[in-house]
Design a protein around this ligand. Structure first.
Ligand SMILES: [Zn+2]
Length: 269
């Protein structure tokens, strides 16, 4: 079963979505590609990263195209200043400073809500997006899990947060691990390897040593394992690697830190 499908809006914006979730009519999800915006050069073209050096006006136009493509014009679109932490923020429309448009709620790396009046957004350029959907209690979580967040098991902590706030149970969760840096491209040295090894006794199943004394780690596989160890069974993984697919994605590693940002977006309907 393929987990993600590439869509094209008539305004040119291309984004991935999850067909079985689209069909559920309960939630909308998207992971943007770099296609369909107005930015140029290294930000070509749908750059959504406000903290990049791209022209502000182009980023604004990219946002308006995104909101049109995802039908978010009247819905507040909420993100965080991501810091590779394990901080999780709950979002409620009644607590937001504005009732529509794009806003940033401070620092953190995961968002949860049971409010259909808001859309959650995280930014990515290799770090893994994790979409969590509790179809029984109608709640969602969206996670930015880079290697630090993965070491801190932020996806599992987001599940615990949803359990505490919304009574989410393992058997009611559906999880999609989205496009991000693949096993093929995520290479690290001894020091980072040691941090993983300290946390995960089973790491060797998700890592291999390369000829040049480095290691490759399967971040998506490791996130899935962490969630499975909590008893969550319904987990899909996107096979897309953001480093390999230059045609579709920005990549922090491939582009040596100077690149645009994709967005993961999720909301209840
Ligand atoms: Zn790759």
């Amino acid at each position: 079963m393929s987990s993600f499908l590439l869509n094209r809006h008539k305004n040119g914006v291309r984004f991935l979505s999850i067909p079985q979730w689209d069909n559920s009519k309960l939630i909308k999800t998207a992971f943007t590609t770099r296609i369909g915006g107005v930015s140029s050069g290294k930000y070509e073209s749908l750059n959504l990263g406000e903290r990049t050096e791209d022209c502000k006006r182009n980023i604004e136009i990219n946002y308006s195209k995104l909101c049109e493509a995802l039908e978010l014009e009247d819905i507040p679109l909420v993100s965080l200043k991501q810091t590779h932490s394990d901080k999780i923020v709950e979002v409620k429309k009644e607590n937001l400073p504005n009732k529509k448009g794009y806003m940033n709620l401070g620092e953190g790396d995961a968002l949860v809500t049971d409010d259909p009046g808001v859309a959650l957004m995280t930014f990515h350029a290799d770090c893994i997006p994790v979409f969590i959907f509790d179809s029984k209690n109608k709640a969602i979580g969206l996670v930015h899990s880079g290697w630090k967040g993965t070491v801190e098991s932020i996806s599992v902590k987001t599940f615990y947060k949803m359990q505490a706030l919304y009574k989410s149970r393992q058997q009611d969760l559906q999880i999609c691990i989205g496009p991000g840096i693949g096993y093929c491209c995520f290479e690290i040295g001894e020091d980072v390897y040691a941090l993983f090894k300290e946390k995960f006794f089973y790491l060797e199943k998700y890592a291999k040593k390369t000829s040049n004394e480095k290691y490759h780690i399967d971040l998506k596989g490791l996130i899935k394992r962490q969630l499975e160890d909590e008893g969550i069974k319904n987990i899909l993984i996107s096979q897309e690697c953001t480093v390999c697919r230059k045609d579709l994605f920005f990549s922090h590693r491939r582009d040596k830190g100077s690149t645009g940002r994709m967005a993961a977006v999720m909301r209840l309907i």
